[in-house]
Write a protein that binds this ligand. Structure first.
Ligand SMILES: *Cc1c(COP(=O)(O)O)cnc(C)c1O
Length: 378
């Protein structure tokens, strides 16, 4: 039995009774652009994020690009971010006219290290962009304090973290609640996935919410009147309808992912060649990915492939070592934690619909590779 890395068909089969009628409604009314589903989804996602405004857009990438554009970056302006993330995090900084400044990560959570952020602040720093990697939040308390004390904005890349939360001073704070603007992705493989590209920004800053609404519509709130140059980055009504139908399932899906993660972690606890993901005690992780550090990672990957078991390496080349950022001058060894993570990380299947038998197959394959005998679960 093969175990795929992700099985969107399994999810679809379980919920198509909800999603197809919602889509048909859009089709029957032909309200494809900015139909009622869009503001409805914006309200729901803002509520989930404890934020005042949701602003739909065309992708998770645009959900980062538009708030960066709202900063009116000038050449040489810097945005501090992590090198251990999907490319869009830094690509958007560049495309908004800024310079990405990469700082190292914390080895346990893989998230940006606030102490390193503090050291990297200069008079040119305009924003800090943490990523809540794999579905667990970065240290937002520290990052917000640094941002406040230095007068720079914090833009959360929550593409992998919708519904994740963190206990701060005894209170649960959602991804998207504390930052200036937060970007979500609804790429199909994300925890809340559309049937194509889609994204959303959330914020509690009324002024920037107005600005973002204009930026996604060619810079004008009123048709054919343009206050500034924006772009076309709308969220389709069809995608909004799909997402609205899926949203009520999100909490249960995240709980399933956590259950699978706990099962893997327990079953691999005695395999000394792998280190299961560390969940910061303050965090409720949503396990967009379940990512191990593994000895002989590439050999393990080859073994899993041979066994028909899905896996992926997120991310094999940290962004400060990408050819397109060579001009920034980061050398091999300059951000050692990110580089080590890129050599050791391997993600396993963690989608909600996985069965116990499938989880056991994955576990047996890993134990087999390291020749770990004994029972997989006590
Ligand atoms: C997926 C992702 C994005 C970009 O989202 P798209 O919807 O694919 O444009 C940005 N940042 C991170 C960390 C992501 O995982």
């Amino acid at each position: 039995m093969n175990v795929p890395m992700l099985d969107l068909v399994a999810q679809h089969n379980a919920i198509k009774g909800d999603v197809l009628p919602a889509m048909m409604q859009v089709i029957e009314t032909q309200q494809f652009i900015m139909g009622a589903w869009v503001p409805q989804l914006e309200t729901e996602v803002a509520k989930l994020s404890h934020a005042r405004h949701g602003i739909g857009c065309a992708s998770g990438t645009d959900a980062l690009l538009l708030p960066l554009k709202a900063l009116n970056l000038k050449p040489g302006d810097e945005v501090i971010t992590t090198p251990f993330t999907f490319f869009a995090t830094a690509g958007t900084i560049h495309n908004a006219g800024g310079t990405p400044v990469f700082v190292d990560i914390q080895p346990d959570t893989f998230n940006i290290d606030p102490a390193a952020v503090k050291r990297a602040i200069t008079p040119r720093t305009r924003a800090i962009m943490p990523v809540h990697l794999y579905g667990q939040m970065a240290d937002m308390l520290e990052l917000m304090q640094i941002g406040r004390s230095k007068g720079v904005k914090v833009i959360e890349d929550a593409a992998q973290a919708i519904g994740a939360r963190r206990k701060i001073d005894g209170e649960w704070r959602m991804a998207g609640e504390l930052g200036w603007v937060t970007g979500y992705s609804f790429f199909p493989s994300k925890n809340l996935g559309a049937w194509g590209d889609a994204g959303m920004m959330v914020t509690s800053d009324d002024a920037v919410a107005e600005r973002l609404k204009k930026l996604r519509l060619h810079g004008g709130a009123k048709q054919y009147h343009h206050d500034e140059v924006g772009t076309n980055s709308r969220l389709d009504s069809l995608q909004a309808a799909v997402l609205l139908a899926k949203l009520p399932h999100l909490a249960a899906w995240s709980a399933q992912r956590r259950e699978h993660a706990a099962y893997y972690t327990k079953a691999l606890a005695d395999v000394r060649q792998v280190k299961p993901p560390v969940v910061d005690l303050a965090n409720e992780h949503i396990f967009h990915q379940y990512t191990l550090r593994a000895e002989r990672r590439d050999e393990l990957a080859a073994h899993l492939k041979k066994e028909g078991i899905g896996h992926a390496v997120y991310y094999p080349v940290p962004l400060h070592r990408q050819p397109c950022f060579a001009h920034l001058g980061y050398k091999d060894g300059s951000l050692p934690q990110a580089e080590q993570a890129a050599r050791e990380a391997i993600s396993l299947p963690i989608y909600p619909e996985l069965t116990r038998t499938q989880l056991d197959r994955v576990i047996d394959a890993i134990r087999g590779f390291y020749r770990c005998s004994g029972s997989r679960s006590a």
